[in-house]
Design a protein around this ligand. Structure first.
Ligand code: 9Z3
Length: 339
């Protein structure tokens, strides 16, 4: 990257954070994150920031409508569990209401958590058939909780995500190579800048849509034009470059690349690795992401696959694949937590 390019990325970052204000919860999040990082740094634990879930792009300041990015948060929540088991302190920066480590086993599916329960002698108990699994999950959860190993932070919008990522990364900087960034969140590439956003709900009825008082004034980024909704989105600055070079220069950085076209996945992952010069890009396709991922490093590519016979159980993240894969002709087996 040339000096000119770098300078323009820095300007884009400065502009972004100047125009798009910090979330109101940022300072309280940073207070608890600072305490969490310091405690674990003193205790000799490595700290990983796991991002999870999709970011939104609001179209109105008082937001009724927004554009969303696909992600249930399975990868991030499951991977966080494996990091915890491996002894890491985990900062779990997730999209509000997306899946959480441990509780993900009993949420967000068609079966209510109440379906795991029954009544015995006037007390609520877990049904026999779920005892073993739930005890295992509960023990892991309790162990992580006892050691204060898990800090949960949340975001909704792309701007909240970027503020949280940047500021938490700066707090983690003193950890040097004992910090990992594991960026599984699905991050918007385009957005509506705050200074081009309308305040109130965009009206669909022409009779109520607001006309510009000054015909020469710049139209808002999302607006109606006759009966059509027109949205002009700006590119989100390439924050990965800033993370690698500026916010966390000594940390290990793992990013994910999500594509739908298998023909371009590896090239896109390689391009990202070369462009940002970080450690690992994990490529995945929307339709097969639970069964296979490709690890792209400076040394080449490696596919990690869950064998077909084990693809029946529900979901999860690649930490299981990282930790427990058994390579055989590019096919790897894992435990029951498949990605
Ligand atoms: C991913 O590729 C994740 O693996 C998934 C996980 C979002 C597919 P689920 O949450 O799905 O288990 O349902 N994340 C995408 C990361 C991303 O948006 N990367 C950006 C990029 O590739 C920037 S780092 O440009």
């Amino acid at each position: 990257m040339t000096g000119g390019n770098l300078a323009s990325i820095q300007v884009a970052e400065q502009d972004y954070f100047a125009i798009n204000p910090a979330p109101t919860s940022l300072q309280s999040h940073l207070t608890i994150a600072r305490e969490f990082i310091t405690r674990h740094a003193e205790g000799g634990r490595n700290v990983v920031l796991v991002t999870s879930g999709g970011t939104t792009v609001p179209l109105e300041n008082q937001t009724v409508r927004y554009i969303d990015n696909f992600s249930a948060g399975t990868r991030g929540a499951c991977s966080a569990e494996y990091f915890l088991e491996a002894g890491y302190a985990v900062i779990f920066l997730h999209r509000q209401f997306s899946l959480l480590p441990y509780s993900r086993h009993y949420s967000h599916n068609t079966r209510s958590f109440l379906d795991y329960m029954g009544e015995e002698d006037g007390k609520v108990v877990v049904e026999d058939e779920h005892q073993e699994d739930m005890l295992r999950v509960l023990r892991s959860y309790t162990a992580a909780k006892k050691k204060n190993q898990l800090l949960i932070l949340s975001f909704v919008t792309i701007t909240e995500y970027l503020w949280e990522l940047r500021e938490v990364a700066k707090l983690m900087r003193p950890l040097g190579p004992r910090a990992i960034f594991y960026l599984a969140a699905a991050v918007s590439d385009f957005f509506v800048p705050k200074d081009q956003m309308v305040e109130h709900k965009i009206q669909s009825s022409e009779a109520f849509s607001k006309r510009l008082d000054d015909p020469n004034a710049k139209a808002p980024a999302a607006r109606t034009d006759g009966s059509k909704l027109v949205i002009d989105l700006e590119p989100v600055p390439k924050f990965l470059k800033q993370l690698v070079d500026g916010w966390a220069p000594d940390a290990m950085i793992v990013s994910f690349k999500l594509e739908t076209d298998p023909k371009i996945l590896i090239n896109k992952a390689r391009y990202s690795l070369e462009k940002y010069q970080h450690h690992l890009v994990i490529g995945n396709l929307l339709t097969t992401r639970k069964w296979e991922v490709v690890f792209v490093t400076a040394g080449g590519e490696r596919w990690v696959r869950v064998p077909p016979r084990r693809r029946t159980k529900s979901v999860s993240g690649v930490a299981s694949l990282i930790g427990k894969s058994e390579e055989k002709d590019g096919d790897s087996s894992t435990d029951d937590d498949q990605a």
